[in-house]
Design a protein around this ligand. Structure first.
Ligand code: SAH
Length: 244
């Protein structure tokens, strides 16, 4: 398979044309030295890919003629949402990057009792994570631009997470139900994963999550770090959902 140069674009084709501007135009024209007649794939970030042929290359505008459009072929079959407790330091940067590359559609950071990091202002952090998400999505050829939500309290996170067809609460003290047991009936088309902070969950919080409708599951008998757990959980879910 030939991998085409790939760009995210805003908006819909006009008169059969999509145009790359700014950084995208620079990258296409100057860095990749693409020329009229060459093929590129443009993606709207909402699940649609456009197969295009370059029509003209200018410094700030690369016009691309749309030949065909189809659903992006790079998305997982399930819509995955990761609810992630705020970790210490820069760990969230890596979590966002890896989770996006594995295929999550949305990351929702939340605060629980044992979160050590409790920043007053989180808007700037969310902005930074959103940028990391976009970069990661570009690098791995996603068909959707994943979003990073505002930081919310756990109480709200469990209610939102429970709305997915498969809603999983990854609990380090779960001894009965393994992830495989929880998925024995298959993986729903919407999946939420809720992962705790370094300090784990309190028994009250675990009770709250189950009360809200989440299934408490174990990732095995070893305790994983809060940056490892989402990666392991996502990989297992992608496998179970027929994406690997
Ligand atoms: N400090 C806690 C561990 C927290 S690990 C303790 O020692 O018990 C951080 C988070 O990763 C947990 O809250 C959970 O969401 C997830 N996690 C790590 N290992 C897990 C496991 N074996 N099963 C399920 N979830 C796990």
């Amino acid at each position: 398979m030939i991998v085409m140069p790939r760009f995210f674009v805003d908006g819909q084709p006009e008169n059969g044309l999509l145009t790359l501007h700014g950084e995208n135009a620079h990258h296409a024209g100057r860095v990749l030295r693409l020329r009229p007649g060459e093929a590129v794939t443009l993606c709207d970030g909402q699940g649609t890919d456009y197969d295009c042929t370059i029509e003209s290359v200018e410094k700030d505008a690369v016009a691309c003629r749309v030949q065909d459009s189809h659903p992006a072929g790079t998305e997982p079959r399930q819509r995955l949402t990761l609810f992630m407790a705020l970790p210490k330091g820069d760990k969230m940067d890596v979590i966002v990057q890896k989770a996006v590359k594995l295929g999550v559609r949305e990351i929702v950071p939340y605060l629980s009792k044992n979160c050590v990091s409790r920043p007053d202002k989180t808007e700037k952090k969310v902005e930074r994570w959103q940028k990391i998400a976009v970069e990661a999505a570009k690098q791995c050829g996603r068909g959707y631009l994943p979003t990073v939500g505002a930081v919310i309290p756990l109480e709200q996170a469990v209610v939102q997470a429970a709305q997915s067809k498969t809603a999983l609460f990854f609990y380090e003290n779960e001894r009965q139900t393994g992830l495989r047991d929880a998925l024995s009936a298959g993986v729903g088309e919407t999946v939420s994963l809720l992962i705790g902070p370094e300090g784990g969950f309190t028994p009250e919080e675990a009770g709250q999550a189950v009360q809200a409708g989440l299934t408490s599951v174990s990732l095995g008998t070893r305790i994983l770090r809060c940056e490892t757990a989402p990666i392991a959980a996502l990989a297992a879910l992608l496998y179970a959902g027929g994406n690997m």
